[in-house]
Design a protein around this ligand. Structure first.
Ligand SMILES: [Zn+2]
Length: 251
């Protein structure tokens, strides 16, 4: 009998279930299957839905015509074509993101993969390749895994779209951005990414989706998109689990 990858993944989840009883990836309460969230946690999450900016995906507070762009994208067109996110980044989703990022809870990807797929359906329909925002190797060593790469790999398995986990690399280490403002973030990541010689062949002439966990100011994905376009990508879209939404302000 030949095992398919999906069978092996199901088997692996079964083994995890057997060893660790399934618990909600946010609250820790028991749930039916590994990677699920409780109905209470589900109800607390803010899923992003239209209307939103056609370009950066920032939700509009009022009904707008389809295809409209926010003021920020009108005044300065980002290098990426479209950015979409499943969740608004708030207290509820922050807990999910932090546990996924730092808590060794990579199986949480099972819970939010369907949400990302739904948010990025339009982008995924045109994509040739999925590329995660890379971590610098020092940070990768400390954290042991790159959360963006975990999402990209799972999404690739689920959709059949190829993923290249090392096409894009960090050309230099950048200090953590947590406390930085938009302008400082942009400066912090300027020219921090590049497509290596071996990655060039996989991105040239392709429609790429950049994958990350959170879209904060857009500075990091903009810088990554510029590096990919410079290397010959046809188009770069961005898909993230969550997105910072500032009411009435910029994104
Ligand atoms: Zn916008």
């Amino acid at each position: 009998m030949k095992w398919r990858e999906s069978d092996l993944a199901a088997l692996a989840c079964g083994i995890v279930d057997f060893v660790l009883p399934p618990r909600c990836v946010v609250s820790g309460e028991p749930v039916e299957r590994q990677g699920m969230v409780t109905p209470k946690v589900w109800a607390s999450l803010n899923f992003i839905s239209s209307p939103y900016c056609e370009c950066c995906g920032r939700p509009f507070e009022f009904q707008m015509e389809a295809g409209m762009r926010c003021g920020e994208c009108l005044s300065r067109t980002p290098p990426f074509a479209r950015a979409r996110a499943a969740l608004a980044y708030d207290d509820a989703s922050r807990e999910l993101v932090l546990r996924f990022k730092h808590g060794d809870q990579t199986h949480a990807v099972l819970a939010f993969l369907p949400w990302i797929k739904r948010a990025g359906a339009e982008l995924l329909a045109e994509a040739d390749i999925l590329i995660p925002v890379p971590l610098h190797r020092w940070r990768l060593l400390r954290r042991r895994y790159n959360q963006a790469a975990v999402i990209a790999r799972a999404l690739s398995r689920e959709t059949g779209i190829a993923a290249s986990l090392d096409a894009l690399v960090r050309s230099r280490h950048t200090p953590p951005q947590g406390h930085l403002r938009a302008k400082e973030r942009a400066k912090n990541v300027r020219h921090a990414f590049e497509v290596g010689p071996s990655g060039r062949a996989s991105v040239e002439g392709r429609n790429v989706i950049l994958i990350d966990d959170v879209y904060t100011t857009g500075a990091t994905v903009a810088e990554c998109a510029s590096a990919l376009l410079k290397a010959g990508c046809r188009q770069v879209d961005v898909l993230t689990l969550a997105r910072v939404v500032r009411p009435g302000g910029g994104a």
